[in-house]
Design a binder for this molecule. Structure first.
Ligand code: MTE
Ligand code: MO
Length: 201
């Protein structure tokens, strides 16, 4: 008789920070890109917010950096099942950009798009209220090109495919418009805590 079997039924002390089906990648930071990493210099980078807004606007690198700095320190979760704990990104809250363009009340969704053409669909409610950033620093250093530098979208409470690298803009819509992965069967929202990996989850 194996006495240790008696322990299998006890409540397990698990890491409360790991969503279901995820593992801790530790110090690794896998690169997941559908495209070749672009040679995008800060001077060539811009970020636009348009669609259902009162004042569509494009920011240059310097103009974006003139907005109040905001950092995220916490975890990120990729749908391919790796998570990373305690990462630190620096940039500007997406709220700062949205305050300028003034979203219409009819705006419910957004498509984030990259300078490379990649797109990701998001509910607008997941981009407001201090939940999303335009990030250009990681661990206090400039964000590496393979991780989306000079700047990427960061929406850390959703699966990481929503965090478009080489971010070029966000278009506000009154309906859900599937992006690159959503067109390939992935979830419209992608909440890792509810394991919203595929449409229908
Ligand atoms: N432009 C662009 N952004 C992207 C992707 C991509 O292929 N292209 N992949 C997404 C996916 S699936 C993930 S998990 C993360 C990976 O970011 P990382 O390579 O910095 O880990 O970026 C997301 N943003
Ligand atoms: Mo991913």
């Amino acid at each position: 008789m194996n006495v240790t079997r008696g322990f299998t039924g006890r409540p397990r002390v698990s890491n409360a920070g790991l969503p279901p089906g995820q593992y801790d990648a530790g110090d690794d930071w896998p690169v997941l890109s559908a495209e070749v990493t672009p040679d995008l210099q800060p001077a060539d980078w811009s970020f636009r917010v348009d669609g259902l807004v009162a004042q569509p606007r494009t920011w240059s690198w310097d103009e974006a950096h003139a907005l109040p700095a905001s950092a995220y320190e916490g975890d990120i979760h990729c749908v391919t099942s790796w998570s990373k704990f305690g990462v630190r990104f620096g940039g500007v809250s997406l709220d700062a950009f949205l305050d300028v363009v003034q979203p219409h009340g009819s705006a419910t969704h957004a498509v984030a798009y990259s300078h490379t053409g990649y797109t990701a669909a998001l509910p607008l409610a997941d981009l407001t209220g201090g939940q999303a950033w335009i990030a250009w620093e990681y661990g206090g250093e400039p964000l590496a090109p393979e991780h989306g530098g000079p700047a990427r979208l960061l929406v850390p409470h959703l699966y990481f495919w929503k965090s478009a690298k080489w971010i070029a803009g966000v278009t506000l819509l009154d309906h859900d418009e599937p992006g690159f992965w959503e067109q390939n069967g992935y979830h419209a929202r992608g909440n890792p805590w509810q394991e919203q990996r595929y449409s229908g989850d």
